[in-house]
Design a protein around this ligand. Structure first.
Ligand SMILES: [Fe+2]
Ligand SMILES: [Fe+2]
Length: 173
């Protein structure tokens, strides 16, 4: 068991190093922000807090969209059509909240840049799904494997669709 203990120590050690690196990176980001924005340290820190809260809000709103949609589907399956419709409406509200925070956070650029960014994301998502499907297959989680495979094909379709739009935009120039 000695070897195992050593491995745990090593993991804790690298975790501490990683934590320190992240802290240093965060400090650098704050310093850069203060320099660039030419704000006082106090108002720069306050602005960064708002950004941080908005980032967290964007994440939680995004999670809620998925949860409400899944719960709406479940209500539908239980024959609760009215509840399903209501949960679906909440999901759409959360989507519009998330979209507004995405815009406030500067995540939305001009259309060409947006498409290029999302193309990179879809390529990554396709690869991630492919890797995940292999893991699920290896662990014998058939349902997860099948859904990773299916959603991987969706990501491929998204990727191809965005590529097509981008080349049409290119042709316009
Ligand atoms: Fe919300
Ligand atoms: Fe996608």
């Amino acid at each position: 068991m000695g070897g195992c203990g050593g491995r745990i120590d090593l993991t804790i050690q690298s975790f501490i190093i990683l934590e320190r690196q992240i802290k240093r990176m965060e400090e650098e980001v704050v310093i850069d922000y203060i320099k660039e924005s030419k704000l006082s340290v106090k108002s720069a820190v306050e602005k960064m807090q708002t950004m941080e809260i908005m980032e967290k809000t964007f994440d939680s709103e995004s999670n809620d969209i998925a949860l409400y949609l899944a719960m709406s589907k479940r209500a539908e399956e239980e024959g609760e059509k009215e509840i399903a419709a209501y949960l679906f409406n909440i999901a759409m509200d959360e989507a519009s909240h998330a979209a507004q925070f995405a815009a406030l956070l500067g995540m939305v650029k001009d259309t060409r840049t947006n498409l290029l960014n999302m193309l990179a994301g879809e390529i990554q998502a396709e690869k991630d799904k492919s890797d995940a499907s292999e893991v699920a297959f290896g662990e014998g989680n058939d349902e997860a494997f099948k859904f990773f495979e299916k959603s991987m094909k969706d990501e491929t379709r998204h990727k191809e669709g965005i590529k097509k739009i981008l080349s049409k935009l290119q042709a316009k120039d």
